[in-house]
Ligand binder design. Structure first.
Ligand code: ZN
Length: 464
């Protein structure tokens, strides 16, 4: 029994101001409810004004995913009663979205995109002392209310939970390249996923995190298969994914789209999308990840796999790589050190290259130290951690680390003096004692020494 998955993906666009007012979208650090005005609070009598850059961002997104761009589009009110939307309707697009009929390829599977439209983000609900099912009351923060969201709706063409995750990663990467969203911000992408095996469609609402989407869908796949094995009917319903238990639970019977009573929003004018405008946007678009990875593999003669890692790590990472090559034409060496060691150190610090202390010039200085054999690769692997931590000149760091390091003989001598019993046992040929001493030396040298060398020195000391 094959499963079918469709996703509704809400991407937070990184325009400077909100979709219908001039409040800033950058309110993460702000006190709750500080970045608000009568428009995004939904007070009566205040009219929304459309932010043109949000429309431009959406057109970019539509073009990147091979969509048709509508010549005309407009906004509607989606009526619902919930504390996160104080005016009791959300301004969204229903009848004519800005972009329609696109596609995204994941390996050999074409996933059709039904539509991409603009809408305002509701406020953020905080469940006090618990989760959605256990909380006694909720708190509401309107800082997020009115931020522009692009909602991308796919046809149910996705064949597995894993493929859903790959799709999200691809979309995230394309948006990053377009520069229209911030992948490092919490909840930049939120997903409603629907899945059906052969009964009714089940929707899982509001999942954050690509890994969670995969987990929620996998759980649901197993649950639905179990139900049909027991000849139980799968109900059309909305479920909630619990991030702690990794399970989904029933929330409510599914409403149908029409239940929302969409009406045309009379406060906002028709959006005219001129062909010249679209052409202008198209010509300003950067090279997108798939093409860039192919070009880089050919141009620099690096493995396609390595080119993919560099490109899909982020636009800033790929830009960094190409800037390095302009200064030092050693693509293989640079890609090796970037992928295997630089990226690891950045990930360990949860940093992106663009907000780290690492600069192109200093990284080149580092590569040259290895390239002209000033330092060994082994030492390079240690050095790069300190380099990413401090951003200091690698040459300077080499000097600093070497003066901190005592000769290995001296370190081992000290350890023998401190652990005479272990040394006696080592003399009698006890393996545990040898392991113990090696461990002590490794700790004392910050794991910078070679165990073989330690054994050699210890053996030479036996002879004394
Ligand atoms: Zn506002």
């Amino acid at each position: 029994m094959a499963i079918k998955i469709g996703l509704e993906i809400h991407c937070r666009l990184n325009t400077k101001s909100k979709l219908f007012c001039s409040c800033s979208t950058n309110s993460q650090e702000k006190e709750p409810n500080k970045e608000t005005c009568p428009i995004c609070l939904g007070l009566p009598g205040y009219k929304p004004l459309l932010n043109k850059s949000a429309v431009e961002y959406l057109i970019k997104m539509g073009l990147a995913f091979n969509c048709n761009i509508s010549e005309e589009s407009y906004f509607s009110r989606k009526t619902y009663f919930y504390p996160d939307m104080s005016k009791n309707f959300q301004i969204t697009q229903y009848e004519i979205p800005i972009a329609t009929n696109g596609n995204i390829h994941i390996n050999d599977n074409e996933i059709r995109i039904k539509r991409i439209h603009l809408e305002e983000d509701p406020a953020r609900i905080v469940y006090a002392n618990g989760s959605i099912s256990t909380t006694k009351y909720v708190l509401i923060d309107y800082n997020r209310a009115g931020a522009p969201l692009a909602e991308l709706v796919t046809e149910p063409d996705i064949k597995s939970p894993k493929e859903a995750r790959l799709l999200l990663e691809k979309i995230s990467s394309v948006l990053d390249y377009l520069g229209i969203y911030d992948p490092s911000k919490e909840a930049s992408i939120r997903v409603d996923a629907n899945i059906s095996s052969d009964g009714e469609r089940v929707e899982i609402k509001n999942i954050t995190g690509f890994e969670n989407v995969e987990k929620a869908l996998s759980y649901e796949e197993i649950r639905q298969k179990g139900m049909s094995r027991m000849n139980k009917k799968i109900e059309r319903e909305t479920r909630h994914f619990d991030e702690t238990t990794k399970m989904t639970t029933a929330m409510r019977k599914k409403e149908y789209e029409e239940d929302y009573g969409y009406i045309f929003d009379p406060d906002l004018p028709l959006i005219n999308i001129d062909k010249n405008w679209v052409e202008k946007i198209k010509s300003s678009m950067p090279e997108l990840p798939e093409k860039r990875a192919q070009r880089m593999a050919t141009q620099y003669s690096i493995d396609q796999y390595d080119a993919n890692v560099i490109v899909y790590t982020g636009r800033d990472f790929a830009d960094f790589f190409e800037s390095c090559i302009k200064k030092l034409n050693k693509p293989k060496e640079i890609s090796k050190w970037m992928i295997n060691y630089l990226l690891k150190s950045l990930n360990w610090r949860s940093e992106r290259i663009s907000n780290s202390k690492v600069t192109v010039d200093r990284f080149i200085e580092f590569i040259e130290l290895i390239d002209n054999n000033t330092i060994t690769e082994r030492f390079g692997k240690e050095l790069i951690k300190e380099f990413v931590d401090s951003g200091d000149s690698p040459k300077g760091l080499v000097g600093k680390i070497s003066t901190q390091t005592k000769p290995l003989n001296e370190v081992i001598n000290n350890i023998i003096i401190e652990n005479p019993k272990a040394f006696d046992e080592f003399k009698l040929g006890k393996k545990e004692a040898l392991q113990f001493l090696i461990g002590k030396v490794l700790n004392a040298t910050g794991k910078r020494s070679d165990p073989k060398e330690i054994v050699n020195i210890l053996n030479s000391m036996l002879e004394k």
